[in-house]
Design a protein around this ligand. Structure first.
Ligand SMILES: [Zn+2]
Length: 1066
């Protein structure tokens, strides 16, 4: 479980240019613990979101970086006409109604209740959204960095009173139709949300979560604490003793990432006096100080209904919610719980701190620092309108690449990428953080001076009318569209409401935005200087300002490792024979328990759906196909609340292959340098004023039965229906006349890209490994790696040198790309909206297509492929990412069958989960079968092991052969798979899925066939698949991301010559 954020997730698709496209919509790389991510950055040009899959990192990233986009996306206004609500009963099932109100912004009747006996608060939203959401949130402030709330968050889902099995959470992952299942640890609260569009499934989820939170077995079971938190591991007196534990290892991974370390120290220094000073996720140096007693006490103190807030949302019966909840709460009595989050008093003087992160040995370039300025903005409550005004200010200063503060930092050349990302509104006090990474330490003062002088300038001159109009339109568009991607709308609303409610403020305040917005717009229209005074008061004249310089330290990683060894050595020396034997016995006992499955009878306690509950027919998406000017047009008539969604896929196979790695930067350049007739700033304002966002990115995939890859440049955009002509005008102007000649802007993008990729190798090494493995086996994989993998990183590094020596050549290359791609032959246009919206788009689309040249360059041949070999990619890190893959179609002659989805799901939630995560101590272990290319890939995430994990992978076929899969387990796996196949989608996602099916030639009849194969999966299929998968063991390759020392140790000692190549990246 990780603390999640709306737009950040383990989304390898975005980082690698991979896109979900299987006929079943099973993500190419399943996200860890059930959170399959959104596609960040697709819609808006806001700074690219960092993609991090776990808890503290996420939470800190969430609290301290670029949040406003998701906050905005969270605000919402569904369309259907409102129905006034009936008065709710004043008293029911032990609850008293405190407040009832219709919130027109969400077309929801909101009922707020208090549980009479315990004082627990409940918010119950009644509306027509079938994606029902439930959540329980507890205030859990910490007094140290031992990671108690984080370890508890993991542990409570490991068995409870009514569900006394090892991991009910995993059983739900296997066999539920859930649309969301996870848990988050914030710096001051812990949040347990679930969602499902199936009513019975929803009740099952609510029951399991309530029982887990209120009656977890972990508080009486030290073994769970050892497994999820930390323990000493020793299997044999001859071995070295080590620390193990899922959270321990997860946080080691987090602390290996310089960006996370910087975030952590930033928060610590911003809040020297309250709970935010500590790391609720846990500092791996401190986690081993945590005792089981402290862990128990923490649960006893905070996990009580009197300290809880409950949330329900959706189209289910509201009275049943109270009955169900009451049945859990009635056995508790009210109790005072002091969980107040104390305010950080504002400092009287600004201060400056210097901290260190572990860096690799430096190459020829100077050491790079993170430099940021950070403010806590207030220590008394803000009015809603002030909050809103600050949100607008943030958007105006930083919301787009053309926004003045962001642009000034980018243009300064002082660093490689922006950090901090501006306003943060999720904690008790709002903060503002901004700075650069990749800074020469000698320039640190200049970064500070630049930010201050830009703020002074903005306070004086304000913003242009066009920019203000663009910001207002963008924010209103997001509010109205309420597009939360794959994140349930109810959950995004809960998080928004909670950021006031958790501090005992009005939980509805952040949901009622129409009035303050209108009032705010009126003030803007009157010409009042709103923003100048805000900048003065909350930033320039605010003395609670902390500058944090985070500097590289080449020795730190080695020192940390040595310290840990020393500590473990000391412990060992102080042990006598009996104590040592005790550790061995406990290690083996824990391992035994982890490897002993729950019995079928025990597992039956977790409620599941039956196969009869699953529709037999595959649902299809309405699609009308026509031909226009040699272009295929797909139209999907769906209710979209007057928004038009449009994709244009331009055939990319005409591109000379050596230019592939330049494609992502070409895509970015299109909107970053202006057009022939307007400046970058004017273009950005136009996009903001007239559209809901535009994006350009490559889509590359294998197609089953063909060695030729699919490759398209995707042009994606959306706008209100009446703005369709403007949307298409701006798309046309960008494609035809975007300027590609701004050298300094280009250089900035190159440096930013390089910094992002380098950070990505450390924090998402599994994605890098997976791309590399694909590139060894198919042209599509190779092309993807050229635009998102290690080859891409190398290209970008070269490019950063080449800019100064050969800018003209680069410009020519960019123009060649435009010539190659800009043609309508082979293009596909995809439109989604209701009938009226689609017809309003018809004429503008015709004109748009007519403006594109008929032919581009003549076709090129893409032949590249990397040698198939074992590789170690090395970076400074304390954890490993281990990948192994083979091609089942080529290596084993496997014929695609729907049962493979079920088996894949089952492996990820049983064999790999148990061996790689639970007993191996990695944060995640999973597999992925790409049914287009035939690649079967195993991956681990933040893994303490390396060869041991490879051995687990190699044992998969035997596991399948020996598996006695009983009916219940099989049914569960089938239902869980159907949950993925039938995943809930908002209308724009449906339209996009239909486009993918068209491009990949996945017909409705094939989908129906796979569905029937999934539903009729039998034990025989497991044996068949075992034979196929054995080919990965014998013919597959291994690619890992690890430290240089570790790679060397493998090649020198553990398995001589195992890696054909060791590639140092950092
Ligand atoms: Zn976690």
């Amino acid at each position: 479980m990780f603390s999640g954020s709306v737009t950040r997730s383990l989304n390898t698709q975005a980082t690698l240019g991979r896109h979900t496209c299987s006929p079943t919509a099973v993500p190419r790389l399943p996200a860890l613990r059930g959170y399959s991510g959104l596609r960040p950055g697709v819609w808006r040009h806001r700074a690219a979101q960092t993609l991090q899959p776990c808890s503290k990192a996420l939470l800190q990233a969430r609290a301290f970086g670029g949040l406003s986009q998701c906050v905005r996306a969270a605000v919402a206004a569904p369309a259907p006409p409102q129905v006034e609500s009936e008065p709710a009963p004043k008293e029911l099932h032990g609850f008293s109604l405190v407040q009832q109100e219709f919130i027109q912004e969400y077309n929801s009747d909101v009922l707020i209740y208090r549980h009479d006996k315990t004082g627990a608060e409940v918010m119950s939203l009644v509306n027509d959204d079938e994606n029902k959401t439930f959540g329980v949130v507890l205030r859990t402030p910490v007094e140290n960095s031992k990671g108690i709330p984080h370890i508890l968050e993991h542990s409570v889902l490991c068995g409870s009173r009514k569900y006394p099995i090892k991991e009910p959470f995993v059983e739900l992952m296997k066999g539920s139709m859930q649309t969301f299942l996870n848990a988050f640890t914030y710096p001051d609260r812990t949040c347990y949300p679930v969602a499902s569009a199936n009513l019975q499934d929803f009740y099952n989820l609510v029951n399991v979560y309530l029982d887990a939170v209120l009656h977890p077995n972990c508080i009486n079971d030290e073994k769970t604490f050892a497994q999820e938190g930390w323990h000493l591991e020793l299997k044999d007196g001859k071995d070295d003793m080590t620390y193990k534990g899922v959270v321990f290892n997860e946080m080691k991974g987090v602390y290996s990432s310089p960006d996370s370390v910087n975030n952590r120290y930033t928060q610590t220094n911003m809040f020297p006096d309250n709970t935010y000073f500590h790391d609720s996720g846990g500092d791996p140096q401190v986690i081993p100080e945590l005792t089981f007693k402290e862990f128990q006490d923490f649960h006893g103190r905070y996990y009580h209904p009197s300290n809880a807030r409950f949330w329900f949302y959706g189209d289910d019966e509201p009275q049943e919610r109270l009955r169900l909840l009451g049945s859990y709460l009635d056995e508790f009595d009210a109790r005072p719980v002091d969980s107040t989050v104390h305010l950080q008093p504002l400092l009287k003087e600004p201060k400056q701190v210097t901290v260190k992160y572990a860096a690799g040995e430096q190459s020829e370039e100077p050491a790079k620092a993170f430099v940021s300025l950070n403010w806590v903005m207030h220590d008394e409550p803000l009015s809603l309108e002030t909050e809103l005004a600050l949100e607008f200010l943030d958007s105006l200063m930083l919301g787009t690449a053309a926004a003045p503060l962001r642009k000034a930092l980018n243009d300064s050349g002082l660093g490689e990428a922006i950090i901090g990302g501006g306003m943060q509104g999720e904690l008790c006090q709002m903060g503002f953080s901004l700075g650069l990474k990749g800074v020469d330490p000698a320039n640190a003062d200049k970064v500070e001076q630049l930010i201050i002088s830009e703020l002074e300038k903005l306070a004086k001159t304000g913003f242009s009318k066009a920019s203000i109009e663009a910001a207002v339109n963008s924010i209103e568009f997001d509010l109205r569209e309420n597009n939360t991607g794959r994140f349930p709308r109810g959950l995004s609303l809960m998080l928004r409401s909670m950021s006031a409610w958790i501090y005992d403020r009005d939980p509805l305040s952040r949901l009622r935005w129409t009035e303050p917005l209108e009032h705010f717009k009126a003030r803007l229209a009157s010409g009042e200087d709103i923003f100048g005074p805000l900048i003065q008061k909350y930033l320039l004249k605010n003395s609670h300002r902390i500058r944090v310089d985070t500097l590289p330290d080449e020795e730190l990683a080695a020192k940390q490792e040595a310290d840990e060894k020393q500590r473990l050595g000391d412990i060992r020396r102080q042990m006598d024979q009996t104590q040592e034997q005790g550790v061995i016995a406990e290690t083996l006992e824990l391992q035994h328990r982890q490897e002993t499955p729950d019995t079928a009878e025990a597992l039956a306690c977790v409620p599941t759906l039956q196969l009869e509950d699953i529709p037999k027919e595959a649902a299809s998406i309405p699609t009308d196909i026509s031909e226009q000017q040699n272009v295929t047009m797909l139209q999907h008539e769906l209710f979209t609340n007057d928004v038009l969604y449009m994709e244009t896929a331009l055939d990319m196979r005409t591109l000379p292959p050596n230019l592939l790695p330049l494609i992502p930067l070409f895509c970015r350049s299109l909107t970053q340098m202006g057009t022939q007739s307007e400046s970058f700033i004017d273009l950005t304002d136009r996009i903001g004023r007239q559209t809901g966002g535009l994006s350009f990115y490559p889509f590359i995939s294998s197609r089953r039965g063909s060695s030729e890859p699919l490759a398209y440049l995707m042009v994606r955009g959306k706008a209100m229906a009446e703005k369709a002509p403007e949307l298409l005008d701006v798309m046309r102007d960008i494609l035809l006349t975007a300027r590609l000649d701004d050298k300094s802007r280009f250089k900035q993008m190159v440096l930013e890209t390089r910094a992002g990729l380098e950070a990505g190798v450390v924090s998402s090494g599994h994605a890098m490994a997976a791309a590399r493995l694909d590139a060894q086996r198919s042209i599509a994989g190779w092309a993807q790696e050229q635009t998102g993998g290690l080859s891409y990183l190398n290209y970008v590094r070269d490019l950063s040198q080449r800019i100064d020596s050969d800018w003209e050549g680069i410009q020519q290359d960019l123009e060649t790309i435009r010539k190659a791609l800009l043609h309508r032959t082979g293009a596909v246009v995809n439109l989604t909206g209701d009938q009226k919206t689609l017809s309003s788009a018809a004429a503008p689309v015709r004109e748009f297509l007519a403006a594109l040249p008929e032919q581009g360059l003549s076709g090129s041949s893409w032949q590249g492929i990397l040698p198939a070999q074992n590789e170690a990619i090395t970076v400074p890190t304390q954890v490993n990412y281990v990948g192994k893959a083979g091609n089942l179609f080529e290596d084993a002659g496997y014929q695609l069958h729907g049962s493979s989805y079920v088996i894949n799901k089952l492996l990820g939630t049983t064999w790999l989960w148990d061996r790689v995560r639970v007993s191996g101590g990695a944060y995640g272990g999973f597999c992925d079968f790409d049914n287009h290319s035939g690649m079967f890939t195993y991956l681990s995430y933040r893994d303490p092991n390396l060869l041991k994990t490879v051995d687990v992978y190699d044992g998969t076929a035997d596991f399948l052969r020996n598996l006695q899969v009983d009916d219940d387990a099989l049914t569960k796996a089938i239902i869980g798979t159907m949950g993925d196949v039938d995943g809930y989608q908002l209308p724009d996602a449906k339209g996009y899925t239909a486009l993918m099916r068209h491009l990949l030639q996945v017909s409705d009849s094939e989908r129906q066939q796979r569905r029937e194969e999934i539903l009729s999966t039998s034990p025989r299929h497991f044996k068949d698949f075992a034979e196929a998968i054995d080919a990965v063991k014998s013919k597959g390759q291994v690619v890992v991301v690890t430290s240089a020392e570790r790679a060397q140790a493998v090649n020198d000692k553990e398995r001589p010559g195992f890696f054909n190549e060791i590639i140092k990246v950092l």
